[in-house]
Design a protein around this ligand. Sequence first.
Ligand SMILES: Cc1ncc(COP(=O)(O)O)c(C=O)c1O
Length: 474
Amino acid sequence: MSDSGEFLYTRVAQEMALAIRSGDLGAGSRLPSLRALCGRYGISLSTALQAYRQLEGEGLVEARPKSGYFAAAAACEPACEPAMSRPSAAPGAITVTRLALDILREARRPGVLNLGAVAPGPELLPLRRLLREMGALTRRQPEIIGRYELPAGNPELRAQIARFLARAGCRCRPEEIIVTNGCMEAITLSLRAVARSGDTVAIESPTFYGILQCIEALGLKALELPTHPREGVDLDALQQALESQRIAAILLVPSFNNPLGSNMPLAHRRRLAQLVEEHGVPLIEDDIYGDLGFQTPRLPTVKSFDRSGNVLLCSSFSKTLAPGLRIGYALPGRYAERFEHLKLLGNMATAGLPQLTLANYLRHGGYERVVRQAARTYQQRSEQLRRLILEHFPDGTLVTQPQGGFVLWVELRPHVDGVQLHEAALRERIAVTPGVIFSPRGDYRHHIRISCGQADGTALADGVQRLGRLAHRQ
Ligand SMILES: Cc1ncc(COP(=O)(O)O)c(C=O)c1O
């Protein structure tokens, strides 16, 4: 056993699996020999063999007689997945806000099966422990609600976040962190810190509608970039855009983006950090799903490769611990001062009680266990959901196969309209999100996003079966 209590071969296998799944070891490429693996990890021949056997069992590696081990083709060529997106090449204004608000309200109506919102399952969150921490604080430190916190946040929470960020490859001091009201405020303040009304922001396509609304509210224009369902944004297209027009900022969700679930490979993260540095353009990196990957260890954030301070990392505990606490944070690099000033102007500071509750929770430990359990559950649900969609929707329907998070992006047949399907589903008390709200101009008319954060087992199976029937009827 290794220090962490895991079998050594499992750790080696996990690392190799990550490299294969992320595309760093491409399909068909030759993998290190058993001896090379022993040398690299300081392990015995039998441990190396066990690691390769595990990878073979997972279908990630092929052993070829007399030739060695190779990354399996199937690992990188999934079936029934949508292709790279092809959005409009010109920046444009955003027009889908109203629909997005209605959809949020509808998903919350009592009795509706919620396959719409990207809300985590409450049973997977440590809610009781958080409330106990909060209860203890209100009894022992009632003065917490009798004072203002600093605009940048409570020092204890900032210290805990700095410690915690080391896991995502970010080495930073607590003073570099600014606590916000959720990730959404971190994104809004980041955009306000780096761009002015009329500027263009480069984004993934499709992209989370909260990001689109924020761009719209600030009078900015969105330049949508082609995005691959597994690997994320097309960096060649980004580079071309940076070389040919003025881009004020880039705003991406490199880890398990919403709605595609794509996870940018390690080599792309390095290249992105370099591009940002070369062009001096700020990158706002939304890492809200970064800890919900199905494989460990997680990939480092793009921020970890940032030497120029041009990357503004934004995240929150909304998907992992408690969306209702509304605690997010930013690591705004060289924009920290402006960011902090904007936070002060906006709402003075984030409330102290939820900040200290989280600081105590993080200090006492347990985060890792909670997110691993949640990620395992989401993996099972996503796989079940994908199977159900392919079984019950019309032939030719395409579905993403994410390696983290809890949403699937479904490309319907051309005769099936995502908005009509969403409306028909609501009449049957099922909420799904139509694809149109993930693009500034209402593209993705034949797409829907389905979330399995809050549904599983028979409820999920029954819901998808009924959705499939509705899609067939169109
Ligand atoms: C990609 C992404 N960023 C940000 C948010 C908002 O996060 P928060 O609830 O912490 O403000 C969401 C929520 O769905 C999201 O999917």
